[in-house]
Design a protein around this ligand. Sequence first.
Ligand SMILES: [Zn+2]
Ligand SMILES: [Zn+2]
Length: 127
Amino acid sequence: MTSIQSEEELENALDKCSLLPISEEQEENEEQMVLPDLETAVNCIVCDEICQDSTTCDDCNLPMHESCCEEGVKLCNLCSRRNSRKRNRATALEGSDQQAEKMMKHSRNRFPPASRGDSVRIHSVRE
Ligand SMILES: [Zn+2]
Ligand SMILES: [Zn+2]
């Protein structure tokens, strides 16, 4: 243990104290705030009806009816939608990347990079 000699050191020590895990008393208070109904009555993530099945989504672990699962995959509609969107975005990104590259090549050909000292002629539509 190092002895505290300056005010700054005292402050640092106090900072460390505030990072200590919550005391048992505080934990008890938090438990009381949880509503008891939430554990018994849960809504199916897919159809939003009361769900007493023990089936949960493989991805987000939220409860849902066994009948609401897609066949073969235990995914809620949100996760299956998210998964398909992820796939779509990946292919869309690939496509736009290729398109952007093509456009870059195209514009480089049309407008070769100007270098210092080049005279630049500005074309005005009115003249
Ligand atoms: Zn359901
Ligand atoms: Zn899910």
